[in-house]
Design a protein around this ligand. Structure first.
Ligand SMILES: [Cu+2]
Length: 164
């Protein structure tokens, strides 16, 4: 009976570990071009690691783009219609300055501050393929360890019972 309880506890613990690996979906913050046609709106934003920024405009009188100072992101050639999204992963905390290349000289620029987010288990965003191929060995190790712990506890209780 004790062995069954031990194994049940071990599996409960394992289930908890697996649940922690689930990731939250970040927010998407939208940046457009304001009515002057030469400014980003808003030009300064703060977001968290795991969030995305989306640059969206359509039917503009002048073509625009968005290029980060260190080429972290780049929407490509200036265009009157743009829908460009960039994801800030869990190692991206920092400040990102960007410009619209054709209008940088007249101050069409902005700044994105990405704040650090504590992550309990996962450090990198796992790729879809990697999670299925690497997920199995990790689970096997956890189950193996769990079984050993369960057997150890059963043995401990058996010894204890005999001692009484
Ligand atoms: Cu521009």
């Amino acid at each position: 009976m004790r062995r069954v309880i031990c194994l049940a506890l071990v599996f409960f613990f394992l289930q908890g570990s697996i649940d922690l690996i689930q990731e939250e979906q970040g927010e998407i913050k939208v940046i457009t071009v304001d009515s002057t046609n030469l400014r980003f709106n808003p030009s300064t934003i703060t977001l968290n690691e795991g969030d995305s920024v989306r640059f969206v405009w359509g039917g503009q009188a002048l073509p625009h783009n968005t290029v980060e100072a260190n080429e972290v992101f780049d929407s490509g050639e200036p265009a009157r219609d743009v829908n460009y999204e960039f994801f800030f992963d869990y190692e991206s905390a920092g400040v990102y300055d960007y410009v619209c290349e054709p209008h940088a000289a007249v101050g069409m620029q902005g700044e994105i501050t990405v704040e650090d987010v504590e992550q309990v288990v996962v450090e990198d965003e796992p790729e879809v393929e990697a999670s299925t191929s690497e997920g199995l060995p990790v689970t096997s190790i956890l189950v193996g360890t769990g079984l050993l712990v369960g057997l150890g506890l059963s043995w401990f209780f058996a010894i204890k019972k005999r001692a009484i």
